[in-house]
Ligand binder design. Structure first.
Ligand code: ADP
Ligand code: MG
Length: 357
């Protein structure tokens, strides 16, 4: 039995089709991240799971039960939004216990749950403060606590960290990961931030235009993107993409560039009139001498120091290429080098249908 099942779900707002025949099965205890650019339908899908939106077509199951028409409160879910939406006039304790009081839980049970949540989230010392006297990170912790006290099977998070500054976002991200490791609930987490997705998810569903483009573990999404959109969306800086033709297992690019595709995990039987050879900045090494079919001549344009490592921006085969290098390996603008590609880590796409080959 799946923890959450989305079956052939479509949702239209008037004439606009926002979710298109979507299918997704989430396992018990799994951390699923819905990742995609703004407007791709992530929040819409989450709101459908929560019961805040009515489906145009399809069904939703939670723990095997068809909840397509169930009220939000009957679904066994807890939701955390981007805006904390705390009651400003109530203390933290009041915010945590309010929903439970409304649900008519006994006083001792409420107290027990509030204590447990505040211990897990380390907000014990804040229980008697009002939201106005909390930092952004503390408020978001309380918002998570409010979902926690409900003692639900499935947590839904909608960009819970996007209102926080970078440092706090990093810290709270680790806390959410720890929370999941401790509680082992099913979590469905929406974000447009690829770092959050890569670090938190058991599996990532990359979305575009109301369609899941790829559903895989973070390693696979990063190393074997199934189409050009996923390849371009994941990774910073983006994957380098050389345009050309593939004939007899050899890539022919601009400026008479030839790259031998032996070693590519998809094999060399990938002839295409229009193809894209993609490789990530960290899968290229800088070498001094040319190796025919294995290296690309390049000229250094810009050298960016990032602290832990550096990025080298070069011109190669009539295009800009980015290479991640150790700080000790930095090179001056104008230096001529050769780029050796790690073909075992390359990605090749058909330029016409944009799919991985
Ligand atoms: P995301 O969360 O991925 O940024 P949303 O799910 O919020 O995207 O929105 C998906 C699309 O649906 C967007 O184009 C948005 O403008 C549209 N949309 C969202 N809510 C409504 C609504 N209530 N009425 C009409 N269109 C909406
Ligand atoms: Mg959204």
């Amino acid at each position: 039995m799946h923890s959450v099942s989305v079956k052939n779900v479509s949702l239209n707002f008037g004439a606009a089709s926002v979710l298109k025949n979507m299918n997704l099965d989430v396992e018990e205890g799994e951390f699923i991240v819905l990742l995609g650019p703004s407007g791709c339908g992530k929040s819409t899908l989450l709101n459908c799971l929560a019961g805040l939106l009515e489906l145009s077509e399809g069904q939703i199951f939670i723990k095997g039960k068809n909840v397509t028409w169930a009220e939000p409160s009957e679904r066994g879910i807890g939701m955390v939004f981007q805006s904390y939406a705390l009651y400003p006039q109530m203390t933290v304790r009041g915010n945590l216990s309010f929903g439970l009081k409304i649900a008519g839980l006994p006083k001792e049970e409420i107290q027990k749950r509030v204590e447990r949540a505040s211990e897990i989230l380390q907000i014990g010392p804040l229980l008697d403060r009002k939201p106005g006297a909390l930092s952004g990170g503390q408020r978001q912790r309380v918002a998570i606590g409010r979902a926690l006290v409900r003692d639900v099977d499935v947590f839904l998070f909608d960009e819970p960290l996007s209102n926080l500054d970078a440092k706090l976002r990093g810290e709270l991200r680790v806390e959410i990961k720890r929370l999941h490791e401790r509680l082992k609930n099913t979590m469905v987490y929406v974000t447009h931030d690829q770092i959050e997705a890569l670090t938190l998810a058991d599996r990532i569903a990359v979305m575009k235009g109301g369609v899941i483009q790829q559903l895989d573990d973070p390693q696979t999404i990063y190393n074997r993107p199934s189409n050009l959109f996923v390849a371009g969306f994941i990774g910073s800086p983006s994957m380098n993409m050389l345009h050309g033709e593939i004939k007899n297992g050899v890539f022919h690019g601009k400026d008479d560039l030839l790259v031998d595709l032996r070693g590519y995990e998809g094999g060399t039987q990938v002839d295409r009139a229009k193809a894209i050879l993609g490789f990530r900045p960290e899968h290229i090494t800088i070498v001094d001498t040319a190796e025919p079919g294995r290296t690309i001549p390049a000229i250094v344009e810009i050298d960016e120091h990032l602290g832990a490592d550096a990025l080298l921006w070069l011109e190669a085969a009539g295009q800009q290429v980015c290479v991640r290098i150790p700080v000790e390996g930095r090179l001056a603008a104008g230096t001529k080098v050769h780029l050796r590609l790690d073909m075992g880590k390359a990605s090749i796409f058909d330029s016409v249908n944009e799919q991985r080959v």
